[in-house]
Design a protein around this ligand. Structure first.
Ligand code: UGA
Length: 432
């Protein structure tokens, strides 16, 4: 099939490349000329394991193309995916849909034969209705169908998540579009993905509800971890004991720092804002947002206690600063608030991240980037394991840290407390 992806951000690029890999002709369009030139040279704008190989392979075999010409790309395609950003509004908590509506306006000026127009970006319920209105202003409704097909990719796991999704959600009442899209996704359905055809509004809401539910699950276990710390119980035992109940499930039940990234913080705010508009109080999700916003201060308090209130001139090392492992994404990472707070209290922070130095910290005095784990940890008083990269899981701290009284605060519980005890390392985890 002939597809056009509008926007080569995370969702557009990964989905476009993966669609081409399962045999479709895909044009990825972006108005950023440099980005498109780079992609043609095999330079990938995001860190995503395995993505560069797939881009190069499919670009070479000509199933994947990159372009800045939107009109021409739409004209050559049967299905147009809108994959532009829907960030939080600058002056509010709702989603800023200006890029979506601009795309709709551009699409309408390029339709001359039937097109399926799909929102893959996360958009509030009724956005599809709005897009339909914008396009039908100038184009007959017989020439297009607007469908919602939300994406459930995780950064760092995106190719696997695309190839083996739990479900494909298609929001449309249009039988023709449904048939075409079921066919488009048939290679994934044959590998076990469930195909869900529902109304457009329901599909839009499924995306927000899923992210809000996962954020709630994480926040639930994070709050229980706070209790565990006070009663000498290990939160990992609770996660396992609860997660084995199939009604609950063990995934997204790992306690850690505040959840971050470009999705959970943004989408929880957007769904409560939408609900407020319809005079419905999503109080559970509102309380999740509050609890998560408070989590970094709670963890800082714990750091303060671990260091017996003496933070001034302490050398604190952060292992990993992104919002989770296997990504270079700093958006809403808890390190962005924790590191400056520690600096304000007089600490000296060294950090190492496998994805390199971060602009966010370049201008902060007393924050230094180390080029490898050894130099980052060697002089530390306190080592904070902030993300769960595999390379942090088997560090020989005893051998590598010069200061023999060093302490570890493992915010991802990747070390074994029993092993740390055996090695006589002063160790603190989350919820234990
Ligand atoms: C999330 C969803 O998982 C995807 O399904 C969705 O497609 C995506 O948002 C999106 O809307 O585009 P992502 O933001 O890439 O994906 O990252 P997650 O793996 O979900 O992690 C989000 C945050 O939760 C991270 O800070 C992570 O460390 C934290 N987390 C996750 C936990 O603290 N504990 C867990 O058990 C799982």
């Amino acid at each position: 099939m002939k597809l056009c992806m509008i926007g080569t951000g995370y969702v557009g690029l990964v989905s476009g490349v993966c669609f081409s890999d399962i045999g479709n002709d895909v044009i990825c369009v972006d108005r950023d000329i440099k980005k498109i030139d780079d992609l043609k040279k095999g330079i990938i704008p995001i860190y995503e394991p395995g993505l560069d190989e797939l881009v190069i392979k499919n670009y070479r075999n000509k199933r994947l193309k990159f372009s800045t010409n939107l009109k021409d790309s739409i004209a050559k395609s049967d299905i147009v995916f809108i994959c532009v950003g829907t960030p939080t509004k600058k002056n509010g908590n709702g989603a800023d849909l200006s890029q979506i509506y601009n795309a709709a306006k551009e699409i309408r000026s390029a339709i001359s034969k039937f097109k399926i127009i799909i929102t893959k970006s996360t958009v509030p319920v009724t956005t599809g209705d709005e897009i339909e209105k914008i396009i039908s202003h100038k184009v007959s409704k017989k020439l297009f169908s607007v469908v919602s097909n939300p994406e459930f990719l995780r950064e760092g796991e995106a190719i696997r998540d695309f190839t083996y999704p739990d479900r494909v959600v298609i929001g449309t009442n249009n039988k023709k579009s449904n048939k075409i899209l079921k066919n488009l996704y048939s290679p994934l359905i044959s590998k076990g993905a469930k195909y869900v055809n529902t109304s457009r509004r329901a599909a839009e809401l499924i995306k927000y509800a899923s992210n809000a539910f996962l954020a709630t699950k994480i926040t639930f276990i994070n709050e229980l971890a706070n209790l565990c710390e006070k009663i000498n119980v290990n939160i990992e035992d609770i996660s396992i004991g609860m997660g084995l109940d199939k009604r609950i499930g063990g995934r997204f039940l790992r306690a850690g720092p505040a959840y971050g990234g470009s999705c959970f913080p943004k989408d929880t705010k957007a769904i409560t804002t939408t609900a407020d508009k319809y005079k419905t109080n999503l109080s559970v999700i509102k309380s999740v947002i509050k609890s998560n916003e408070n989590r970094s201060s709670l963890l800082l308090e714990r750091v303060f206690n671990i260091l017996n209130g003496k933070i001034k001139n302490k050398k604190i090392c952060f292992l990993g600063v992104t919002f989770k492992a296997n990504t270079d994404d700093m958006r809403d990472s808890s390190s962005l608030s924790m590191i400056p707070s520690l600096i304000k209290k007089g600490a000296i922070v060294n950090y190492y991240d496998p994805t390199g130095e971060k602009d966010d910290f370049k201008k902060i005095k007393n924050v230094n980037f180390s080029i490898n784990i050894d130099s980052a940890i060697k002089d530390s008083n306190l080592i904070i394991i902030h993300t769960e990269w595999n390379e942090f899981k088997s560090i020989n701290f005893k051998k590598k840290v010069k200061n023999k009284k060093f302490i570890i605060f493992d915010m991802r519980n990747i070390c074994s407390p029993a092993k740390m005890k055996e090695l006589k390392i002063k160790y603190f985890g989350i919820g234990c």
